[in-house]
Design a protein around this ligand. Structure first.
Ligand SMILES: [Fe+2]
Length: 338
């Protein structure tokens, strides 16, 4: 693993040398500066994973240095630990009010230093992972919504299918990793529709056999799109099998009952329920209650009876309706923009 880079800013030569040695012995790469100005010039070349800085220093003190660091977007998330003199409550208050992650009081206790540095690095890494996942999900959501908008008039289909699916999955007692696969599978289930021409998706007359062939191919096109993306391969069972039906009448593989992956059986219910309640070119949306009844009527025919049972329980608790209401508050295209 790459060694973590620390930037140590301290004007006291002896203390700087001792801290540098201690941190290097712990396996960190340490860059040292004697004041804020020098530290800034190092940061132009090296991006540290964490900064430890004294407060009172010549040329540029810790407070000014901290403010300069937080001004630059690429430095804004670097954890920052202040070193303060014993009893210097004012400095501690200043550090806290500026938003520094932590402070250590001199004389520095070795164990406290190492523990604090490791804790701050760990926290920063966790935050980075969460931010990356969120950014990733938003990008996928944007793509999925763009694809869905080609054949639906009702916005929010992808979000609702994701939320219904997750709600059912949680009741099923799925593990965290499975729920994550379900989340991304639900978002991406129709990604293969990107290759279905809009003229077919928006056809007002009935579809011919050739059109159906193209449509029935979208799960396999989706699989092909995802198979080389390591982060998303685990969503493939959902993408491939979300049109399979409990009685074997679905596509593309004609799987039956429990041959159909569980996550796909869950997304199937969520997808159909939402499709019934959405406006399409060839049909108007039907009321929620009618869609709910249709799902119930198709238990053990089109859908897994266990999934339907959970869906029914969630409906009776009002949880399904809550998702609809919540997502209805998202502004529709063009509603509040110029
Ligand atoms: Fe689909």
């Amino acid at each position: 693993m790459k060694r973590k880079m620390l930037l140590l800013v301290e004007d006291n030569l002896v203390l700087r040398g001792a801290l540098k040695e201690l941190l290097s012995m712990e396996g960190f790469s340490v860059f040292a500066a004697s004041n804020g100005l020098e530290a800034l010039s190092i940061m132009e070349v090296v991006l540290p994973d964490l900064i430890i800085s004294d407060i009172s220093m010549p040329k540029m003190n810790g407070e000014e240095f901290f403010k300069m660091v937080r001004k630059r977007s690429e430095w804004i998330a670097i954890p920052f630990i202040f070193l303060t003199a014993h009893g210097d409550d004012e400095a501690i208050l200043m550090g806290r009010s500026l938003g520094a992650e932590d402070y250590l009081v001199k004389p520095i206790n070795q164990d406290a230093l190492i523990t604090t540095v490791n804790a701050r690095l760990k926290r920063a890494q966790e935050l980075q992972i969460v931010q990356l996942q969120e950014a990733y999900e938003s990008s996928l959501m944007m793509l999925a919504n763009a694809i869905e908008s080609r054949d639906r008039y009702t916005r929010g289909h992808v979000e609702r299918v994701r939320d219904y699916s997750l709600m059912i999955g949680e009741q099923f007692g799925l593990e965290k990793a499975q729920l994550q696969n379900l989340r991304f599978g639900a978002i991406l289930h129709d990604i293969g529709k990107i290759y279905v021409e809009e003229s077919i998706l928006r056809k007002e007359t009935s579809l011919n056999e050739q059109d159906w062939e193209v449509i029935r191919n979208h799960p396999l096109v989706g699989v092909d799109m995802l198979k080389d993306i390591p982060y998303l391969v685990s969503t493939i069972p959902v993408v491939r099998s979300h049109h399979e039906r409990w009685d074997g009448s679905g596509y593309p593989d004609g799987l039956k009952g429990e041959e159909i992956p569980l996550l796909a059986r869950i997304v199937a219910v969520a997808d159909v329920f939402d499709a019934i309640t959405s406006d399409r070119v060839y049909k108007k949306a039907r009321p929620l209650k009618a869609a709910y009844q249709e799902i119930l009527d198709q238990a053990s025919i089109l859908f897994d009876p266990e999934v339907v049972k959970i869906f029914e329980m969630l409906w009776k608790k009002g949880d399904i309706q809550k998702i609809v209401e919540m997502l209805e508050t998202i502004p529709k295209k063009g509603e509040n923009s110029l």
